[in-house]
Design a binder for this molecule. Structure first.
Ligand code: KIV
Length: 272
């Protein structure tokens, strides 16, 4: 049976909105490659984010800044090939939308056209309003991202919790309303006080997806390498580790190395 004939119902922006409206939480995780995306989609994830965190966990960079548009498209293309159900959102990387709204639109269109993804994500509020409007007017679903926006890490100077003071909290609420008014289908809130995130989820009608933003939001997102315990050095308070893949993989590798060294692998059944 072809994918089109199957009875798997693809997740859409309308379904995500309906999930918020009926109080069903949205589950989102990142993925950057075909094999991980296939497992994730099969497990029933609602949204897959091809995050620019690929810069950290796939390429080993300290920040998300170095990853390029071409590299994001490469990751997104691999992920999209594995998907039957999930909604796939791709980060527009640093330096490919901040220049002006034409550049932002061009980058968004390249992502959609070349990868087959279903939407894009941008970091920022009021200051990128024109770009968001331009991308949306081309029919591309846009997810916002406020709070700790990693592309601005050198402006913040630290990965500490954002919007703890009233001025920044007020700006965040205002930015969320701007993104909603523009027509964004959802907003990620990263590393902000739980009460503030809850207030935003209450005051805007579109789904709010939190990472380090507490339980009073419409869904949650984590970086897949962090929740699987592949990254060991990143242990923020908000992270729940669902597996210790570092340990499991290391054990498997050590066993394989030993088997090869002691000529146990391959055995007769494993040979032609
Ligand atoms: O790039 C990423 O993985 C993200 C999530 C942390 C939301 O933006």
């Amino acid at each position: 049976m072809s994918q089109h004939q199957s009875d798997i119902k693809r997740v859409t922006t309308h379904q995500l909105q309906a999930m918020k409206d009926r109080g069903e939480k949205i589950a989102m995780l990142t993925a950057y490659d075909y094999s991980m995306a296939r497992i994730l989609d099969g497990a029933g994830i609602d949204v897959i984010l091809v995050g620019d965190s690929a810069s950290n966990v796939m390429a080993g960079n300290e920040t998300t800044l170095p990853i390029t548009l071409d590299q994001m498209i490469y990751h997104a293309t691999s992920v999209v090939k594995a998907i039957n159900r999930a909604f796939v959102v791709v980060d527009i990387p640093f330096g490919s939308y901040q220049g002006n709204s034409s550049e932002a639109l061009r980058s968004a269109i390249r992502i959609m056209k070349e990868s087959g993804a279903h939407g894009i994500k941008v970091e920022g509020g009021k200051e990128i309003k024109e770009s968001v409007q331009r991308i949306l007017s081309a029919g591309v679903p846009v997810m916002g991202h406020l709070g700790l926006t990693p592309q601005s890490i050198f402006k913040f100077g630290t990965y500490a919790v954002r919007a703890k003071d009233q001025k920044e909290a007020d700006k965040l609420v205002e930015d969320a309303k701007i993104l909603e008014d523009c027509g964004c289908f959802a907003i990620v809130l990263e590393k902000i006080p739980a009460a503030l995130a809850g207030k935003v989820a209450e005051q805007v009608s579109i789904p709010i997806i939190g990472i380090g933003a507490g339980p009073h939001v419409d869904g949650q997102v984590l970086v897949i390498h962090d929740m699987l315990g592949i990254t060991q050095e990143f242990q923020p308070r908000f992270l729940r580790q669902y597996a210790d893949l570092d340990k499991i993989m290391t054990n498997a590798f050590v066993q394989y190395i030993n088997d090869v060294k002691k000529r146990d692998f391959p055995n007769q059944q494993e040979s032609y």
